[in-house]
Ligand binder design. Structure first.
Ligand code: NCD
Ligand code: ZN
Ligand code: ZN
Ligand code: ZN
Length: 348
């Protein structure tokens, strides 16, 4: 039986590439090398940079830099900030989507006051998604705002059974609510957080085994996409007194999901929907021409810190054995990864 199969280049709808201002954690070069090594040919990057991408000037400068430095396609989201509501119409003409932070997480962006939220949901163009960091009751607030303003909303990194159940109910009512889940919420629980400490601390935090079961059951139904929330921080920062939340994910997502395919928990067809078709549909992005990845469904290996391209150099999944490996990546007719290694790449 042939174990090598070709899939479309994957799209990760939620990453942090840290440029500008956080280039000691990651930059467009290292982050997109990590993407390619993980089978992703397109990234949607978040605006919680330093400074955050909340004005047209800042967003244009960052997108320009991404276009020059990135080894795969990168689309930057704009950020919503209470003091920059006036920038939204111009940003709405350019950015692939808007990111709104309703709860506490890494970075300075936050929006909690109803007048600001209502103005944002009213002011952002219908054709471009609003993606929301919302946890618990904030998920209900985001759905309510979208429903009242007659527009769609995308809920980032769902992590709890109650969130998934509420989104399922909203969709049953015909409301245009979409959502994504991270690999770490699918493959780790609060027990792992207790074992790994800061190395498995992120927002939303890891849930219970029951939450995890609800996420798996909703995968490909209520949950539209797997998005890594690749959120690199340096080992020194993670070991420090105030470790920032967030874990890298670009290079481990595909092997973990291929291993789930091997275990019969996921079909390849659904994997492609979660990592290609659905994120492209939500953000209105076309397929990339002459672009594909090749994976070996039977290759056994162990996830490790040593062979990573991400600048942060670690993964919470180090030591985990998996079945399924990325072999090659081709983007618009150019072979960029062979035998799992990024070609023409100078490692530091
Ligand atoms: C993210 C980061 O580090 O930028 N951290 C995280 O824990 N997920 C921010 C975010 O996505 O909420
Ligand atoms: Zn978030
Ligand atoms: Zn994030
Ligand atoms: Zn397995």
């Amino acid at each position: 039986m042939a174990t090598i199969v070709r899939l479309p280049g994957l799209t990760d709808a939620h990453v942090h590439l840290r440029s500008p201002g956080g280039e000691h954690k990651e930059d467009f070069i290292t982050g997109t090398a990590a993407a390619l090594a993980g089978g992703f040919t397109r990234l949607l990057a978040m605006p919680n940079t330093q400074p955050p991408l909340v004005t047209l000037e800042r967003w244009l400068a960052a997108q320009e830099r991404a276009d020059h430095e990135a080894r795969c396609d990168v689309h930057l989201l704009a950020g919503a900030a209470p003091e920059h509501l006036a920038a939204l119409p111009a940003l709405g003409q350019r950015a692939v989507g808007l990111k709104l932070y309703m709860d506490e997480t890494y970075g300075p962006l936050r929006m909690t006051a109803l007048p600001h939220l209502a103005a944002t949901f009213d002011g952002w163009p219908q054709a471009r998604p609003i993606a929301v960091h919302a946890e618990g009751a904030s998920v209900a607030a985001a759905i309510g705002l979208a429903a009242a303003c007659g527009r769609a909303v995308h809920i980032c990194h769902v992590s709890r059974r109650a969130e998934v159940e509420l989104i399922a109910k909203a969709r049953a009512q015909g409301l245009p609510v979409t959502c994504e889940v991270t690999p770490h919420h699918l493959f780790l629980t609060a027990d792992d957080a207790a074992r790994l400490g800061p190395w498995a601390d992120m927002r939303p935090t890891l849930g219970s085994a029951d939450d995890q079961a609800a996420l798996w059951a909703a995968l490909g139904q209520t949950i539209d996409c797997v998005a890594t929330d690749h959120a690199p921080h340096t080992p020194a920062e993670k070991r420090g007194a105030n470790p920032p939340p967030g874990v890298p994910g670009l290079e481990t997502a595909l092997p973990l999901l291929l291993d789930a395919v091997h275990d019969g928990r996921l079909t390849l067809e659904r994997l492609v929907a979660l990592l290609d078709t659905n994120p492209r549909r939500i953000y209105g992005l076309p397929a990339q021409h002459e672009s594909w990845i090749e994976v070996d469904l039977a290759a056994r290996h162990t996830l490790a810190n040593e062979c990573l391209y991400t600048k942060c150099g670690w993964t919470p999944f180090a030591g985990r054995p998996v079945v399924g490996r990325l072999l090659r990546v081709c983007l618009r007719g150019r072979l960029l990864v062979d035998d799992g290694r990024v070609l023409d790449y100078q490692e530091e």
